[in-house]
Design a protein around this ligand. Structure first.
Ligand code: B12
Length: 211
């Protein structure tokens, strides 16, 4: 890794948005491609953040500020990635299910997935089954990610899966679910493809679907 990318990586680990953006700008000015900055700088840094989180060295706040620094940096790269025609790993439609307004965990999952190289279509909170179906269709998504924090709303995940089946597009997508009351067993019951307990594992699970 070049010195410039080491600075990019460290700025993400430190959650230092300004340093992240200025070091990325320096790498761009120095002639490095956006693709290399993303793949050798941002993505490995977010993988390291995920590892630190799983090992209990980072907690949710550290992960959030690291992910925000990464997102701020990614904004600089996005137009260049389009110019360089860099394809994302896949497209993820994500949302918190109908009746549920909790979005902190969902946002973290979005940011980790974006950091892992996915394009994210974030539908926000209180998302109806119809809105999930519509978004999968219009974006030609390959993954649907649903979040629920209430025992009363987690059952709506099943309604989304049913709506995707009725629309005839269930088999086009991998469906992953999460949120505090959600379990692996629940995922099996509703025939989701997978469950992850935290944002770092969610990003790994999504990567396994496109590997
Ligand atoms: C913050 C919070 C709120 C905030 C939400 C703000 C926001 N913008 O999100 C506010 C104040 C709005 C709120 C409202 C309510 N809340 Co509330 N809230 C919480 C609280 C304290 C923290 C949730 C949180 O953000 N955790 C931190 C994040 C990072 O963790 P996370 O969401 O679990 O996400 C991680 C994983 O689950 C996973 N994950 C999450 N989503 C996904 C998706 C996928 C695809 C994958 C793979 C993984 C994944 O990865 C994430 C990151 O590692 C919890 C208590 C708790 N300890 O969980 C209660 C809690 C969830 N709330 C609760 C309740 C009851 C309510 C209200 C009904 C209260 C009321 N009477 O009005 C309302 C409901 C409003 C609604 N319709 O949604 C209860 C739910 C009880 C239950 N079993 O159903 C809890 C558990 C509190 C309690 N102990 O009673 N709440």
């Amino acid at each position: 890794m070049t010195d410039k990318l080491l600075v990019v990586r460290q700025s993400i680990l430190d959650g230092d948005l300004d340093e992240c953006r200025s070091s990325i700008q320096q790498a761009i000015d120095g002639g490095m491609s956006a693709d290399s900055i993303l793949k050798q700088g941002l993505i490995p840094a977010m993988t390291e953040v995920g590892r630190l989180f799983e090992e209990g060295e980072y907690f949710v706040p550290e992960m959030l500020i690291a992910a925000r620094a990464m997102q701020g940096g990614l904004e600089l790269l996005k137009p260049l990635l389009v110019e360089e025609d860099v394809q994302p790993l896949g497209k993820v439609v994500i949302g918190t299910v109908k009746g549920d307004l909790h979005d902190i965990g969902k946002n973290l999952v979005s940011m980790m997935m974006e950091g892992a190289g996915f394009e994210i279509v974030d539908l926000g909170t209180d998302v109806s089954p119809e809105a999930f179906v519509e978004a999968v269709r219009t974006n030609d998504a390959n993954i649907v990610a649903m979040s629920a924090l209430l025992t009363t709303t987690m059952t709506n995940m099943q309604n989304v899966i049913q709506a995707l089946k009725t629309a005839g597009i269930r088999e086009k997508v991998k469906i992953m679910i999460g949120g505090a009351p959600v379990t692996e067993a629940f995922a099996k019951t509703i025939e989701a493809d997978g469950y992850a307990a935290d944002a770092s594992q969610a990003a790994k699970l999504a990567q396994s679907y496109v590997a």
